[in-house]
Design a protein around this ligand. Sequence first.
Ligand SMILES: [Zn+2]
Length: 225
Amino acid sequence: MSPATFPTDWSTALVLVAHPDDPEYGMAAAVARWTSEGKRVVYALATSGEVGIEGMPAETAGPLREGEQIASAAVVGVEEVEFWGFPDSQVVNSPELRAKVTEVIERVQPEIILCTYGGPGWGPDRPNQRDHIEFAAAVIDAYDELPGVTAQFFWNGPAPTHAVDVTGFTESAVESLACHRVYLEVLDPETPVIDQARAQVQWSTAPIDGFDAADASGFELIRPK
Ligand SMILES: [Zn+2]
């Protein structure tokens, strides 16, 4: 089925993710477009990704990754970034995490909620991470238990129901992802950071069947309002 055009009649979106770099893997081009149109986008991260850099102690990696995330957000016009301090690689759908999700939804009052994909994987060779699955489950449970919530809730999974034309915004997304410089340098020392970032953004903004745009970001509607 062809994806519909992503809603445009809103002013505030809340992006909920598990780790630094999660917003950049798939959402940053759309975010760049939205902020260029004057919309407010807020990032909230469950962890600081402190065990994500091999060979670097958590107490060094956490602050470093927070700094990279804040820089990365600024490139696409996001000035509000918060870190909740849950332990990286041990994210669970706990009452504490659900309470935090509820609190941020009530405080930010978004009309759109975007979460990282919480299903099993994007394909046979691209399985999802456990932290992402647990985190998305916590967001769904918190959303379902919150009385009066009116936000439309999407995630960026492999079966998009809606899409955003991001033509003209992919270079901002590349620059944004490339701000995770130390993380990407350690992840793949052989490939320059900018090339890693460009390859990822090209993959995540490839044309979508049935949606007329050279570059597109897809989102799956999980909960209509
Ligand atoms: Zn992640």
